[in-house]
Design a protein around this ligand. Structure first.
Ligand SMILES: CC(C)CCC[C@@H](C)[C@H]1CC[C@H]2[C@@H]3CC=C4C[C@@H](O)CC[C@]4(C)[C@H]3CC[C@]12C
Length: 487
């Protein structure tokens, strides 16, 4: 094979619309790399492709729209390999070089052209050959071989290689990446070569999994021992002893059961994957959870009035605050820190859903409760700092291993008890306001139901109780509505 001596140039620049298969392809361009001036694109390039960032003097074969798409996709790779910075870095350098390298033509050739429908007259790149140094490919694979999907014991390569990680070879990995994986926009024929012509393939220094990623623009730790047997194990922090065992409390409790009692199956590209399904109970319907969050927010903001002067009593005046900030409220919505934005978080691409509120609840309720969901960047901790145990916030589930199949939710609000009469009176004032609010709420539900307006607040049933209702009504637990409704 002859060594090419020419100066490299680009093979593409800018996206050229969707092709007949519905995939976004790039416009063919065989000129010199262009200066990147778009601020946003420069910033993204610096964080995702720092190996091709050169300050204000950055020239690339990728336009801002390509950089955005590349970055969106790399975020997904980060979900798979993110806990191992060197493996993630090595993958980035692969896809960044392919998309942006200013002398692309040295190692990429266009196999098939097409015609742009978006820009008539322009040619598109419909498939490419990308030549890589054989040992570069091997080093990428080696750095990622033992990496586990975040918070799981499933290997990331099981998803990335199209076959189990221990049977993954550089050939199968690059075949899968370029040709077989469903997120691939157009065929990429990777060609691994041992040839020695400097200019005819792409090679790049990599980081091993037990090396920190350290470059001019990046500084990240080595991978954890669990992702990289060569890396030393870290000592684990000691357990915090239980704190609140001597506190006397009063509880306000709600059980909320949706009318629609159907189970649903959701599909994800995640462990135990590659494509996994999660069956969830009626209580995990997103609309239902959203309605419950609204109800819960209203309840937590209720104001009671303490006679004789009708002094206002808010929940925060009387509740138990385990870490001196927010009230102890046990609810599944605490897995989202009671935030609607958090509840609505999801991650995926055109083809796959990777993570959303269900995978989050699944992780919080089946894995260690202190978990930080790295996929959604969401913790499982409540906003009051405590751990939420799934058996406390779900009801009517088949067994403790399958709380996610719950048919109802439980919300428990903890109020501090005391021997001081004025404190007790305050608590009672708020508890009374709660009972009034709920009586009013269920009355509104009843009238909506009577009018068959079942989608507005009336498609679930609430059972509620607290000290006030106990004391004032039967001196035993009393539930609103008829108990026979509990399934
Ligand atoms: C999660 C597993 C199954 C797939 C992981 C590999 C994915 C992330 C890889 C495979 C092919 C890659 C794409 C190949 C070509 C282009 C065109 C370029 O202009 C923008 C980046 C983009 C769009 C790449 C983004 C990342 C990509 C989609």
């Amino acid at each position: 094979m002859n060594c090419i001596a020419e100066d490299g140039h680009c093979i593409w620049y800018e996206e050229c619309g969707r092709n007949a298969m519905g995939r976004v392809t790039n416009c063919y361009y065989n000129g010199a790399a262009l200066q990147l001036t778009n601020k946003e694109a420069l910033k993204t390039l610096k964080s995702m492709c720092s190996m091709f960032y050169n300050g204000p003097d950055t020239y690339t074969c990728c336009a801002p729209d390509q950089i955005r798409r590349l970055s969106d996709q790399l975020v997904l790779i980060k979900l798979l390999f993110g806990d191992c910075p060197s493996c993630f870095y090595n993958f980035r350098s692969l896809f960044c070089s392919m998309t942006c390298h200013p002398q692309q033509s040295h190692f990429i050739t266009v196999r098939e052209f097409g015609n742009s429908t978006l820009y008539p007259g322009k040619q598109t790149v419909e498939s490419i050959t990308n030549v890589l140094a054989d040992d570069f490919a091997q080093r990428i694979l080696d750095s990622c071989r033992d990496v586990l999907y975040p918070d799981s014991d499933q290997h990331s390569l099981d998803t990335m290689c199209g076959r189990p990680y221990d049977r993954c070879t550089k050939e199968s990995l690059f075949n899968y990446l370029g040709l077989d994986n469903p997120s691939q926009p157009f065929p990429i024929y990777f060609n691994l070569t041992n040839n020695t012509c400097q200019n005819n393939y792409y090679n790049q220094s990599t980081f091993q999994c037990n090396e920190p990623v350290h470059t001019q623009y990046e500084n990240q730790p080595m991978c954890d021992h669990s992702d990289c047997p060569k890396a030393p194990p870290k000592p684990s922090p000691p357990d915090v002893p239980g704190k609140y065992s001597n506190i006397s409390i009063r509880m306000t409790e709600l059980i909320i059961v949706p009318d629609n009692q159907t189970f649903q199956t959701h599909y994800y590209l995640s462990p135990p994957g590659p494509l996994s399904e999660i069956v969830v109970g009626p209580a995990l319907d997103l609309n239902f959870l959203t309605q419950v969050l609204d109800l819960q927010t209203n309840i937590l903001n209720l104001e009671g009035y303490l006679p004789p002067d009708n002094i206002s009593v808010r929940l925060t005046d009387i509740c138990l605050k385990p870490s001196n900030t927010n009230c102890a409220v046990f609810s599944v919505l605490q897995y989202f820190q009671n935030s609607r934005d958090n509840l609505n978080k999801s991650i995926g691409d055109d083809f796959f859903l990777y993570a959303d509120y269900i995978t989050h609840i699944f992780q919080c309720s089946t894995k260690k409760p202190s978990l930080n969901d790295t996929l959604l960047n969401l913790s499982c901790f409540s906003d009051f700092g405590g751990i939420i145990h799934p058996t406390v916030v779900f009801s009517n589930y088949p067994n403790t291993k399958h709380t996610i199949e719950a048919k109802g939710l439980v919300i428990t609000i903890i109020i501090e008890n005391s021997n001081k009469p004025e404190k007790i009176q305050k608590a009672e004032a708020w508890e009374k306001a709660f009972i009034n609010y709920m009586q009013n709420f269920t009355a509104i539900q009843d009238s909506l139901r009577a009018e068959k307006r079942l989608n507005e607040l009336a498609n679930f049933t609430v059972y509620y109780s607290n000290e006030h209702s106990i004391k004032n009504e039967l001196n035993t637990m009393i539930w609103s509505n008829n108990q026979s409704n509990i399934k």
